[in-house]
Design a protein around this ligand. Structure first.
Ligand code: GAR
Length: 195
């Protein structure tokens, strides 16, 4: 049995897609939502789907005792980051060795690193005049956006696409692929092919 914790700081549209995908699944369930923002939309989603949630601050995240204990209490054995904006501490990376993944809204290694999240990424992609962008799903290590890449999918951009248009295209790819990639990874199935 896989019990997932989803860490998210924002709206939580990816978290929602993942929750919906695994509702009633035989072997994979979402056991806990963790957020560092007490007003994050993802907490409303947790409530809607009756999934326990936990609000943490930096102090809790970087102090191994409380958070790790909570994750163990909920028997979490895989962690999914979906728009979580704080760096994952070393003790979690060690405990969940190769069991923490992240989604990044660009084709890494481009447009990754500290400060590169959400609209910042799409604005940078627009400013560079890129003709394509995409999503990257990767293992999490101690550096922002540097862990081994598991899956990428891309989309084309036109000159008229604004950063908001880019965000929409990226969210579409994320919603389509993140749940499928998590399932394929955990169950050892073939990965979908990102176009
Ligand atoms: C997603 O686009 C995700 O790729 C991005 O935040 C958004 C969260 O949206 N993550 C990063 O930028 C991490 N560097 P959501 O809250 O609607 O799922």
């Amino acid at each position: 049995m896989y019990k997932l914790a989803i860490f998210a700081s924002g709206r939580g549209s990816n978290a929602r897609k993942i929750i919906e995908h695994f509702k009633g699944h035989d072997t994979i369930s979402v056991a806990l939502i963790v957020s560092n923002k007490k007003n994050a939309g993802v907490l409303d989603i947790a409530r809607d789907y009756d999934i326990p949630s936990l609000v943490i601050d930096r102090k809790i995240l970087y102090n191994n005792k409380t958070l790790l204990k909570k994750l163990q209490e909920y028997q979490v054995n895989f962690v999914v980051l979906a728009g979580f904006l704080l760096l994952i501490p070393q003790y979690l990376i060690e405990f969940y060795n190769n069991k923490i993944i992240n989604i990044h809204p660009a084709l890494l290694p481009k447009y990754g690193g500290k400060g590169m999240y959400g609209m910042n990424v799409h604005q940078a992609v627009k400013a560079a005049g890129e003709k394509e962008t995409g999503i990257s799903i990767h293992y999490v290590n101690e550096h922002f956006d540097e862990g081994k890449i598991i899956f990428q999918a891309s989309c084309t951009l036109g000159q008229v696409d604004s950063p908001e248009d880019i965000a929409r295209k990226i969210h579409q790819l994320e919603h389509r692929y993140y749940p499928q990639v998590i399932e394929a990874l955990l169950l050892g199935h073939t990965m979908p092919t990102g176009q």
